[in-house]
Design a binder for this molecule. Sequence first.
Ligand code: NAP
Length: 359
Amino acid sequence: MKAAPTTHVIQLGYGKVGRPLVQLTVENRVRIERETGVRLKYAAVIRSASAILGDDLALRAADRGTFFDEWTARAPGMTLAVLDPVFDRFGLPDTTRYVLVDVTATAEMGSLLLEALGMGIPVVTANKIPLAETPGWFEQARAASQRAHTPFRYECTVGGSLPVISTLVDLMMTGDTIRHIVALPSSSLSCILGGFNRGIPLDAAIADAMRKGFTEPNPLTDLAGRDALRKIVILAKTIGLAINIGNVDQEPLLDRDYPDFESLRGDGMARLAARLTSARQPGMVTYYVGSASADGAVTLGLRSFPQASIWGTLEPSENLFLFSTARFGDLPVVVRGIGGGPMLTASGVLADVIKAAQG
Ligand SMILES: NC(=O)c1ccc[n+]([C@@H]2O[C@H](COP(=O)([O-])OP(=O)(O)OC[C@H]3O[C@@H](n4cnc5c(N)ncnc54)[C@H](OP(=O)(O)O)[C@@H]3O)[C@@H](O)[C@H]2O)c1
């Protein structure tokens, strides 16, 4: 039997998602090759100030976790030059199949990902920042991907491993029209407000979300709603809306900017709890919800729904995405579940890598 061609993975980032991604790839590579014909090998794992080249080192890193003595220091910054040692070792992209995977959380990656797409290197990313925060980046990436027929996959930027983007894209590709999206995209706010809806005091609900690992180390980041905002922007862009993050009609959760979480405690927390309490009505649940409509309106804010609806059945930290489409009529397409967390996200990224390698 003819051997499957090898796809060389270049992975940017080796943090909470990057580590299980190497592990999952290594553990499942035989099955992946058998079932999909995609043979994955690591070309490089690149971190902020160090890198490893070659599959053997990736294997050992997956086996034993991070060992800094095996990582080679690299110059800071993220330009195409960072890939030169990879191309020297494995060949230029016209002779070698690569997939570039971004599991960092920095805007700095944006230009490299665009250049890669322009060179015909498929790109997979879990990093929301260039897509949502850099004006025009998403549109450029999509155009570059279409021009060069090069996969650009970003499933895990919105629902972790949940099939959110692929569901939307499949609906649109087959000629359906997306009329309206309603989304509860933030696991941390789902956990906090889900707890509050069940009668848990706000500070205890936040502490619970922190203990379960759903919040950022500084939960103020979650309460400021930036993560949810980025996700609704990516959803809106996916359905073709010309939206920038600054144009979203956002009702902030917090009444003002707080320098740190400590400064929210006390009066700030009491004001937020009072606001959530006044939004709460009998028989209803309240969540921080995004929406995007075909007419161009994109919103994010507190919304209440009947306890007897799907919203009343959510477990704290569950995400919910409702897609109303022309073809599905009155009943929306529903994607729900807990998709985030490092291992689940890594599995979603790996699925994207396999699909990108398949072209
Ligand atoms: N964690 C989740 O559950 C989850 C869910 C969905 C999506 N995501 C997204 O997945 C991405 C990764 O998340 P994470 O939790 O793994 O983040 P993380 O633990 O903070 O890891 C970030 C990684 O990026 C590397 N990095 C930072 N700047 C870099 C640069 N200039 N060049 C190369 N590498 C650089 C860091 O390098 P060092 O190792 O040298 O510090 C680190 O390895 C984020 O965009 C996040 O929003 C995460």
